[in-house]
Design a protein around this ligand. Structure first.
Ligand SMILES: [Zn+2]
Length: 499
């Protein structure tokens, strides 16, 4: 068997300030740069990425010939430009055609890509692949838990598997999981499918799979394989995408249509029954700082959930920073605030120097402004970080020059890790690279919504989620949606869109 494999990942926040150009997909960030041909096989080894899991499982359990085409991703942001999309999709389609006789295709996709000219980037990609290979060839796909899974994706893909964890510790396992569907299809069996879309959206902060109700929903999905069911899949959706099909979806695959229909109905009903249990416990940053300082034992981890680069935000807002300073926080560190200008000034003056800066707040979002103050340059770094955590472990990120700036105000004890590339703070090594051991701090602020929990929850005494300014909205009832389908609820038990 000859199986073409490729990956193209982007999570698009249509409310974010910056777009994803071709260059964003070409460069290395926390994940690898654009990989072509055999680079996909040599670089995606023993890392937690879907395509790495697929390749590993295929090598261990089959004698298939894998034909790698390309793999790329860009940090979440606003729309993928038409230029980037068309260039990357053309290369994928050319690669599929140049691969000669192939028996199947595996794709490592996200599911929440919005292109300037296409609301459903993955659905459009799959439609174009079907134009090339026809409707009979098995085309299997793995998707992110945050996929806004659409009719086009379900129709064009032979089978889809979806992450079952958030933090995503099963990315490689999800790539490996779809191998079972592919083997079944290549054995000559038909795969029957059914899917349903949720009548309500769920903010990311309520999608943690370690908490109710996602813990129970994903346990149920995992248990639902059976005689007539190949798998039941649940995507929680990415609500920061203002598109018709945003939100959770349930997909099931069966050996019979009845098997698929029964499984999809059962999991869909469980999702509907759980609506009242989705809760994200956002608190104002001032209260988060007050509660953290009231603890005698740290570290208290405060998530700056709405300024999460990993959900497309600018990661340069200063709401929580200001709350720390005004709340006279002690033993506090914050990462990763994106401000290349400030980093470059810190590198110019060097360690031990004091500088006045307008820090952060430069991404042009309405109502956002920098924090103006004096800082001591405490440490400098090159941003080449070997990640050690469950999600990114094994990758060397290239985050560009970094600096630790201590706020000089005589009242608080606050340090900020400032970076030059937007990157979600989800790995302890981001602090350690700058000489800071997070476990020894009293307050650790991370610009992250949920992913930080995998690495930071084990070292924390308590986790608080702050509602501070940022381009990744968690309170969905106030978001200025235009393109959602009429009748969908903005958050669990939320108001109805278009009412
Ligand atoms: Zn995700």
């Amino acid at each position: 068997m000859r199986i073409a494999i490729a990956g193209f990942q982007h999570e698009t926040n249509t409310f974010a300030p910056t777009v994803a150009t071709y260059e964003e997909f070409e460069k290395r960030d926390a994940w690898p740069e654009l990989l072509v041909g055999d680079q996909v096989l040599t670089r995606m080894v023993e890392v937690n990425i879907p395509i790495a899991g697929f390749v590993d499982a295929a090598r261990r359990t089959t004698d298939w010939d894998l034909i790698p085409i390309l793999w790329c991703s860009a940090e979440p942001s606003s729309y993928v430009t038409d230029d980037a999309y068309e260039r990357i999709v053309s290369r994928m389609l050319d690669g599929i055609q140049e691969a000669g006789d192939i028996n199947a295709i595996y794709l490592d996709l996200h599911g929440a890509m919005v292109v300037q000219s296409h609301e459903d980037g993955e659905g459009e990609l799959l439609r174009r692949i079907r134009e090339v290979v026809g409707n009979k060839m098995p085309v299997v796909v793995s998707l992110d838990l945050h996929s806004n899974t659409t009719d086009a994706m379900c129709e064009h893909a032979t089978a889809i598997t979806i992450f079952r964890t958030y933090p995503h510790i099963d990315m490689a396992a999800t790539g490996a999981r779809v191998l079972h569907h592919l083997k079944y299809a290549l054995d000559g069996h038909s795969i029957f499918k059914a899917w349903r879309r949720s009548p309500f959206l769920v903010p990311l902060t309520a999608q943690h799979t370690g908490s109710t109700p996602c813990a129970e929903l994903y346990a149920k999905a995992t248990d639902m394989g059976g005689d007539s069911v190949l798998s039941a899949e649940l995507s929680m959706g990415f609500p920061a995408a203002d598109i018709h099909d945003a939100g959770p979806a349930v997909v099931a695959y069966g050996k019979t249509q009845l098997g698929a229909d029964t499984a999809v109905d059962e999991l869909y009903q469980a999702l509907l029954d759980a609506e009242a249990q989705f809760c994200d416990q956002l608190i104002p940053p001032q209260e988060a700082v007050r509660r953290a300082m009231a603890h005698t034992q740290g570290p208290i981890v405060i998530a700056d959930a709405q300024d999460n680069a990993g959900a497309g935000a600018s990661s340069d807002t200063v709401g929580v920073l200001t709350a720390l300073i005004e709340g006279r926080a002690q033993g506090a560190v914050l990462a990763l605030l994106d401000d290349p200008d400030a980093v470059s000034k810190a590198h110019e003056v060097g360690i031990g120097a004091e500088i006045s800066l307008s820090l952060g707040g430069k991404s042009g979002q309405p109502g956002q402004h920098p924090y103006n103050g004096k800082f001591l340059v405490e440490a400098l770094g090159d941003g080449n970080i070997l990640f050690s955590g469950t999600m990114y472990g094994g990758f060397v990120g290239e985050l560009g020059p970094m600096a630790v700036l201590r706020v000089i105000d005589g009242q608080s004890d606050v340090r900020v890790v400032v970076g030059s590339e937007r990157c979600q703070c989800l790995d302890l090594e981001i602090f350690r690279h700058m000489g800071i051991e997070p476990a020894d701090q009293h307050i650790v602020v991370v610009k992250s919504s949920v992913h930080f929990r995998a690495d930071f929850e084990p070292i924390s005494n308590e986790v608080l989620v702050a509602e501070s300014p940022g381009a990744h909205p968690c309170r969905l009832d106030v978001v200025d949606y235009r393109n959602l389908r009429k009748g969908v609820r903005l958050g669990a038990l939320g108001p109805t869109f278009g009412a």
